[in-house]
Ligand binder design. Structure first.
Ligand SMILES: NC(=O)c1ccc[n+]([C@@H]2O[C@H](COP(=O)([O-])OP(=O)(O)OC[C@H]3O[C@@H](n4cnc5c(N)ncnc54)[C@H](O)[C@@H]3O)[C@@H](O)[C@H]2O)c1
Length: 344
């Protein structure tokens, strides 16, 4: 097992890569935490959960709402949860985002931790203390910064993921490599088959490297005033695509990274050869790099993006594989580029 620590203003977090779900109560202050999970994870792994205080939520982005959080608050009242109650979210990014938000706001905040069960949640969603839900389909509009006490990344749980879910996790890993680690990008290029087959030493390395990159950025800028914005590479377009076209988060981020790279090339920051590498790696990881679509709903979603400030947006560009730049771009300029970025 490998451990990475984040000491933040909103709490300290330990991320345990290679730890087991079965050991979760080694990290909770009580043997009887309240568990939040989704139906699929409950069906697969519910027999390993500690205790019987379990709240099961639905699946999919559409349930990442305040209505689900309200349902959780009510179940916590039924369980007579108080300030001493500890909550564990066991699931993918959706369970983690909702659990962190519900735990941080119920009675002004309870202790919480995660067992991340998807690749995407292990390499990204569970790490860094951003918790929140969508509002009217617009991504992560309501939320808090608050670090989970711990994150268990049990790599054995990844074996029951579909190939599509594994690819979605790869998208965030490729993002980390693209913005901060050219060597990791080359490793992914050279080992994509091993990685997709979940070869255990490759996965341990990749989850560790991804968390290492994200943790370093979060330590430097927990509340996203500067450096942390780089983690949004591909997400400005990605969130808009996710909202407008019902793609999964990882797929939308993959296409969003290609579009952001093309915008970077148009503005003279990035060489075309680097875009080709990115597209090839995404395709090798079975991720889409293009989608035929109508720019209008994407434009509508972009205008509601959290990274917008008045008529500008903080946009993450690539200078080269392994190096990101944050540039303030006029929204109108992004609007003009959308049409050409959608050409197939
Ligand atoms: N907070 C952050 O910093 C952050 C970062 C990146 C993404 N996110 C959020 O994460 C969410 C996406 O996360 P996700 O891709 O994990 O989606 P998800 O939570 O919907 O999980 C995907 C599917 O896999 C199933 N599943 C979970 N674990 C499984 C397992 N071990 N075996 C089989 N099936 C399993 C789930 O039931 C679900 O149907 C998005 O809402 C995104 O906005 C948050």
């Amino acid at each position: 097992m490998q451990t990475i620590h984040i000491q933040g203003d909103t709490g300290d977090s330990q991320i345990l890569i290679g730890e087991k779900l079965a050991n979760v109560t080694h990290y909770t202050p009580t043997q009887h935490p309240v568990i939040i999970t989704d139906k699929r994870v409950w069906d697969l792994y519910g027999d390993r959960f500690p205790g019987d205080r379990v709240i099961i939520i639905g699946q999919g982005e559409k349930i990442k709402t305040l209505a689900t959080v309200k349902m959780i608050y009510r179940r916590l009242v039924d369980f007579k949860a108080d300030r001493s109650t500890f909550i564990v979210g066991i699931g993918g990014g959706i369970v983690c985002d909702i659990t962190g938000f519900a735990a941080s706001t119920y009675m002004r905040g309870l202790g919480f931790g995660y067992v991340a069960t998807t690749l995407l949640s292990q390499v990204d969603a569970s790490v860094g203390g951003k918790n929140g839900v969508n509002l009217d389909g617009y991504k992560n509009m309501v939320g808090v910064f608050n670090q989970p006490d711990f994150v268990i990344c049990d790599l054995a749980l990844l074996r029951t993921l579909s190939e599509r879910e594994i690819s979605c996790g790869m998208a965030e890993m490729i993002k980390h490599a693209a913005i901060a680690d050219a060597d990791l990008f080359s490793y992914l290029e050279n080992n994509h088959q091993k990685v997709l087959a979940l070869d255990s030493s490759a996965i341990q390395k990749l989850v560790y490297d991804s968390v290492r990159i994200k943790a370093a950025i979060v330590r430097a800028d927990e509340k996203e005033k500067g450096e942390r914005r780089k983690l949004n590479f591909g997400h400005t377009f990605g969130h808009a695509l996710e909202k407008s076209y019902g793609l999964s988060h990882g797929e939308a981020v993959g296409i969003g990274m290609v579009m952001a790279s093309e915008l970077s090339a148009t503005r003279g920051y990035l060489a075309e050869t680097e875009i080709k590498r990115l597209k090839k790696l995404l395709a090798n990881m079975n991720l889409p790099v293009r989608i035929p679509l109508n720019p209008n709903p994407v434009w509508d979603a972009l205008q509601k993006d959290k990274k917008r400030a008045d008529d500008h947006i903080n946009f993450v560009m690539l200078a080269e594989i392994g190096k990101a730049l944050v540039k303030t771009v006029a929204l109108q300029d992004v609007k003009q580029s959308i049409g050409s970025l959608f050409k197939t």
